[in-house]
Design a protein around this ligand. Structure first.
Ligand SMILES: NC(=O)c1ccc[n+]([C@@H]2O[C@H](COP(=O)([O-])OP(=O)(O)OC[C@H]3O[C@@H](n4cnc5c(N)ncnc54)[C@H](OP(=O)(O)O)[C@@H]3O)[C@@H](O)[C@H]2O)c1
Length: 333
């Protein structure tokens, strides 16, 4: 029996979006199709992907298998993908998203997110390099002069073409969001941001609430994805040594105490801290037992004191502040 997850409404279309979905970043290609299939079997109805994760084709294969076996109907799923930084020129967006839809073997995305702003790299021909990543052969980022408002108009066109039902942004701060709201014909339904107990981003959460924009949090376990159990630093390529400067949230005494009181895992406490505030989470796992654990994270309630205690861990600690933002690495095309 699969586990049913609660949903929240999007203010733009009234579409229902699951509160707990599955993140697809770093799901290895060789297990990806099976991970998607097993996740659907367990009860996941939402997947958060991107061409940059390099596994959309395999994700589509897992999805197809689940649909063919009648585990689920397409309309019961909520597939999220992103327009990557190298496809910001309006004429490129539609070509690229059609390719991603083909990989997913589906006709539309339930939500399409405009990837990390404000970095805009020049278009890389997918026939030459796919996924294109960040850097050219000289290890530089070639910045394109694609203004956000034109890319957003291209995103809106994808809605009119029925290739995306909802559109959103990620890694926007308050100022970018406020600017976007001045010209958007279709306002963003979702803002996807890094958030965990060390990085609450409360101001941004409140701004989004005021705009009716749903928050989707990523890296909700904090440094878990960067650090192995013995704190060995594993994710050097984007240069985030800061992840080792903080203690794991999964073994943090404040979280452990709350987990023991509710007879749940620390991972479930970290997820519930979001979902109890109607913030969507997308924990990534390739382990079936953790899929079940993460799906069941909405089956208990934290007390006000629990929430306050977790709020108290906030230290504005950001992992996504990587050296790819370093202007010394950038050149203008
Ligand atoms: N828009 C963006 O810029 C952006 C950036 C980063 C991430 N994202 C999205 O957000 C998703 C999630 O973020 P994330 O991958 O950074 O980190 P995350 O979901 O916070 O952490 C993933 C790590 O936690 C482990 N894990 C999963 N469930 C667990 C549990 N119940 N207990 C203990 N450990 C558990 C996973 O290992 P196992 O797989 O071994 O279980 C993995 O190492 C990504 O997959 C991606 O879709 C978006």
């Amino acid at each position: 029996m699969s586990i049913k997850t609660p949903t929240v409404k999007l203010s733009t279309t009234n579409d229902e979006m699951p509160l707990v979905g599955m993140g697809m970043w770093k799901v290895p290609n060789e297990v990806c199709a099976n991970t998607v299939y097993e996740a659907i079997k367990a009860g996941f109805r939402m997947f958060d992907s991107s061409s940059d994760y390099g596994n959309e084709k395999e994700s589509g294969e897992g999805l197809r298998r689940a649909l063919d076996e009648g585990l689920v109907k397409r309309e019961e799923l909520f597939i999220v993908s992103k327009l990557w930084n190298t496809y910001k020129q309006p004429e490129q967006a539609e070509i690229q998203i059609r390719r991603q839809l083909q990989d997913w073997q589906t006709e539309y995305f339930d939500l399409l997110i405009m990837s990390i702003a404000p970095r805009m790299s020049v278009t890389v021909d997918p026939a030459v390099s796919y996924p294109p990543g960040w850097f050219n052969a000289e290890g530089k980022i070639e910045l394109d002069r694609a203004p956000l408002h034109k890319t957003w108009a291209a995103m809106e066109k994808l809605v009119s073409l029925k290739l995306a039902k909802n559109i959103g942004v990620c890694n926007f701060g308050g100022q970018l969001l406020a600017d976007l709201m001045t010209y958007a014909e279709i306002p963003p339904a979702v803002c996807q941001i890094e958030s965990h107990a060390y990085l609450r981003q409360q101001d941004l959460v409140e701004l989004c609430e005021a705009y009716g924009i749903r928050i989707m949090a990523f890296s909700t376990f904090g440094p878990a994805r960067y650090v192995l159990p013995r704190r060995r630093f594993v994710w050097l390529e984007l240069g985030v040594p800061s992840a080792t400067q903080v203690d794991s949230l999964l073994t943090h005494p404040v979280i452990t105490k709350i987990a023991e009181a509710h007879h749940v895992t620390t991972g479930q406490v970290l997820l519930r801290w979001f979902t109890q505030r109607n913030i969507v989470v997308i924990p990534k796992t390739i382990k079936p037992e953790r899929m079940v654990e993460n799906l069941k994270s909405s089956t208990f309630d934290l007390t006000e004191e629990d929430i306050e205690a977790i709020n108290g861990l906030d230290k504005g600690f950001r992992m996504g502040n990587t050296k790819v933002f370093d202007p010394r690495l950038a050149i203008y095309a």
